[in-house]
Design a protein around this ligand. Structure first.
Ligand SMILES: [Zn+2]
Length: 322
C-alpha cells in the first residue's frame, strides 16, 4: 500500500499544479493552442495510437489530434506530464479507455474536462472489456488495474470493435462540432468500409488453416482470437513487461509441441529475447505479431490497417492457412 501511495502522490500533485496553470490562463484559451491546435481546429486528445488513428481519419483537417502515449512507448504503464494532464482538461474531445491506463483514469476523475463530461469519450462504454481467462502469469502489481481485474484492454485488435469505436467518435464529433457534421459522417463511413473489408480478409484468410493455436509473448490478441476462431497461448499475461517463470516457459514449450506450433510471436515494442529462447530450444521460427500500441519505423506498415494486414499474413504463415 505504501508503494501505491508513493507512486500516486506525485501524479496527483502534478495534476493539481497543471489544472491551476490551466485555470490561470483559460480566459485567453491558450490551452488548445499550446497543444498544437490551429485557430478553428478542435483539439482531440487520445490515450494511445488506435484511437488517434480513428480520430484523425474522422476529423481530418478539422482537428489537431494528439496521443498521450508517444510512438514507441509502452501504453500499459503510461505516466502523464503536467502538460498532458492539462491537455485532458482543455481538449474539445478526449478519447480513452478506462481500466487500461491508470494515469489517464486518474486525470479524468480528478479534473474532468473544461467543456463538460460529454467531451470525455470512454470507449469502454461502447465496447465493454472482457476477461479472456487464464493468461499466463499472475500479475501482482497493485497499481495495474487491468492486471488485477484481468480485463483485457486490447479491443482495437478486433476490427468489429474498431467499427463501434468509429461510430461512437463520429456521433460525439457531430454533437461537439455540428458545423462539420457532413465531413465527419463521410470520413467515418469511409473508415468503416475499410474496417469491414479488413474483417472480411481476416475471415477468409483464417478460414482454412492447419491449426488454430498461436503463441505470443504478451496476451494482446484475445479479442482477435475470439473473433476469428483462434486460440491464443501467451507466455506472459496482459502486461508486456512481466517476466515469465521457468515453469511457465516449460508449459508453453509443451503446448507448442502438442499443437505443432511453427512460430513464437513477439512484438515490436518489446525485446524478442524471451521468444527467441523459447523458439531456439524447439527449433521454431520467431516472427512479429504487433499489438499496434504505437507506430514506429519498426512497424510493418504505417497505419492501423496496414499493420493489421501484416499481422494477418504472419498468422497465415504460422498456422499454414491456404
Ligand atoms: Zn498490450
Amino acid at each position: 500500500m505504501k508503494m501505491v501511495f508513493m507512486r500516486r502522490f506525485p501524479r496527483a500533485l502534478a495534476g493539481l499544479i497543471a489544472v491551476l496553470a490551466v485555470l490561470a490562463t483559460s480566459a485567453c484559451a491558450t490551452g488548445a493552442a499550446a497543444a498544437g491546435a490551429k485557430p478553428g481546429q478542435l483539439l482531440i486528445v487520445t490515450a494511445f495510437y488506435p484511437f488517434q488513428f480513428v480520430a484523425q481519419r474522422i476529423a481530418g483537417p478539422h482537428a489537431h489530434v494528439t496521443s498521450l502515449t508517444k510512438p514507441g512507448a509502452e501504453p500499459h504503464d503510461l505516466e502523464l506530464t503536467p502538460r498532458q494532464v492539462a491537455s485532458i482538461y482543455d481538449a474539445d474531445l478526449v478519447i480513452y479507455q478506462r481500466y487500461f491506463q491508470a494515469a489517464v483514469d486518474d486525470a479524468v476523475a480528478e479534473n474532468g474536462n473544461a467543456h463538460g463530461k460529454d467531451n470525455l469519450l470512454d470507449t469502454a462504454d461502447f465496447v465493454p472489456l472482457e476477461d479472456h481467462g487464464p493468461l499466463g502469469e499472475e500479475n501482482d502489481d497493485p497499481d495495474d488495474r487491468a492486471g488485477t481485474t484481468n480485463l483485457d484492454p486490447h479491443v482495437w485488435l478486433d476490427p468489429s470493435h474498431m467499427i463501434t469505436i468509429t461510430q461512437a467518435v463520429d456521433r460525439r464529433l457531430d454533437q461537439i462540432d455540428p458545423a462539420h457534421r457532413a465531413d465527419y459522417n463521410r470520413n467515418a463511413a469511409g473508415l468503416i468500409t475499410q474496417l469491414k473489408s479488413l474483417d472480411a480478409e481476416y475471415r477468409t484468410g483464417l478460414a482454412t488453416c492447419k491449426r488454430t493455436e498461436f503463441i505470443t509473448t504478451h496476451a494482446a490478441f484475445g479479442y482477435l482470437a475470439e473473433r476469428y476462431g483462434l486460440q491464443q497461448i501467451s507466455v506472459t499475461g496482459l502486461s508486456p513487461d512481466t517476466e515469465p517463470s521457468p515453469a511457465r516457459i516449460a508449459q508453453v514449450q509443451q503446448l507448442a509441441k502438442t499443437h505443432g506450433v511453427t512460430t513464437i510471436f513477439y512484438e515490436t515494442l518489446i525485446s524478442p529475447a524471451i521468444a527467441r529462447s523459447i523458439a531456439g530450444d524447439l527449433g521454431l521460427r520467431t516472427d512479429v505479431l504487433d499489438p499496434i500500441e504505437g507506430i514506429t519505423s519498426q512497424s510493418r506498415g504505417d497505419n492501423y490497417i496496414a499493420v493489421m494486414k501484416s499481422n494477418l499474413t504472419a498468422l497465415q504463415r504460422a498456422n499454414e492457412c491456404s
